[in-house]
Design a protein around this ligand. Structure first.
Ligand SMILES: C[S@@+](CC[C@H](N)C(=O)[O-])C[C@H]1O[C@@H](n2cnc3c(N)ncnc32)[C@H](O)[C@@H]1O
Length: 363
């Protein structure tokens, strides 16, 4: 059998290679920003101001052979401005990449490549039969929670806070409970809008130290307390005017009646319950697309909540009657906010939950 050797001179790789280059360059660009964050470049420049390239490289122990191209990449990304071989932070870097900035996104960036994170081990994530790190004592770690807080500050916290503020009982409310509150930013934002409001953030015992630290950094330690526990087994307390849950319920799809029962017991009569979660998926016209949708899927344990009418029905079964349904933008498409009130026993039979939506995402 004779084999014909391929003639390498006949191989053509044309314009279509640009998509390969875009992918690989994207990875390298990510690593440039990651390295800049890990080197503390933006914080150093903020402290020292415009600096000659060689001094900046020396201050951060960067080998001189890389400084030109490394800094230039950050200039191209709009994070540094470089003139006459002197460099400083741009406004964008100061807002997004400077630790201490309210809009800081550094943990969001660094968390993506976390060693055991779902994106760094994507093949394992995709082929695992069940999501990992779902046990009570596993996760979330502090970088993940900080990253979540940074993501939420792109609009979700503002959106949920506006909805809570619009409730007629908000001004006279004195106690709020955030179940699975993690970073604590929802409780902090609500307390900033009503100076008479005190809050409890309920989360896993190994998480609350970070929650406490973040609350302290916003000067709210005297008004917001943290309580460690497991919402499935423990009692988060009672006498609350407002209870909220955000992005916690995906893994508790089968325990909604139990959790809504706890919400109802925690709430005062006529108190407010606010839920913020993703629902359904692209097959129902929800969500985002491509890589963002995959991220949303990973974040919501396989797929988000489905069948909003069953969700509403589970609340209804515990005496929580939905008064408002709305959506707020999130970076994975819209998130659904359900607002419910705890109605007096006896009046609930007058109200009906929603009709089935015919959702197919959970199939
Ligand atoms: C995805 S994070 C959401 C954080 C925040 N509510 C938000 O929307 O950005 C889920 C939070 O619920 C907490 N959590 C998970 N299981 C819990 C449980 N069984 N009891 C209490 N908190 C829990 C996690 O520790 C984490 O802080």
């Amino acid at each position: 059998m004779c084999s014909i050797e391929p003639n390498l001179a006949d191989i053509t790789i044309g314009e279509e290679i640009s998509s390969v280059d875009t992918i690989v360059d994207g990875y390298k660009t990510y690593q440039v920003v990651r390295a800049a964050l890990e080197l503390g470049l933006f914080d150093w420049l903020d402290e020292h101001g415009t600096t000659p390239r060689e001094d900046l490289g020396a201050a951060l122990s960067i080998n001189g052979m890389f400084t030109r191209s490394f800094f230039q990449t950050l200039v191209d990304l709009g994070f540094l401005s470089g003139k006459d071989d002197h460099f400083s932070n741009t406004g964008k870097a100061t807002r997004l990449l400077l630790q201490g900035s309210l809009a800081y996104q550094g943990d969001w960036i660094l968390n993506t490549s976390g060693n055991a994170g779902p994106w760094n081990t994507l093949k394992e994530t995709l082929t695992a039969t069940a999501p990992k790190n779902t046990g009570f004592s596993a996760g979330p770690d502090s970088r993940f929670l900080r990253a979540l807080g940074e993501r939420s500050l792109r609009g979700e916290i503002q959106g949920v806070t506006k909805i809570i503020e619009a409730w007629e009982g908000f001004r006279s409310a004195t106690k709020l409970l955030d179940i699975g509150g993690g970073h604590g930013l929802y409780a902090i934002a609500a307390c900033q809008q009503n100076h008479g409001l005190h809050a409890v953030v309920f989360d896993k015992p190994h998480v609350i130290e970070l929650t406490r630290e973040i609350i302290g950094s916003y000067g709210m330690a005297d008004r917001i307390t943290v309580v460690g526990g497991d919402i499935i087994h423990d009692d988060p307390g009672s006498g609350f005017d407002i209870v909220m849950i955000s992005h916690l319920l995906y893994k508790f799809r089968d325990e909604l009646p139990l959790i809504f029962g706890k919400v109802a017991s925690s709430l005062n009569q006529n108190g407010l319950f606010v839920s913020n979660h993703w629902f359904c998926g692209p097959v129902c016209g929800e969500g985002s697309s491509g890589v963002r949708e995959l991220d949303r899927s990973i974040h919501s344990y396989g797929h988000p909540l489905c069948h909003p009418e069953e969700f509403a029905g589970a609340m209804f079964g515990q005496g929580l009657v939905i008064t408002k349904k709305t959506t707020i933008p999130s970076n994975f498409g819209v998130s659904h906010v359900h607002v419910a009130e705890k109605v007096p026993e006896g009046s609930i039979h007058a109200l009906r939950p929603d009709e089935p939506c015919g959702c197919m995402s959970c199939r």
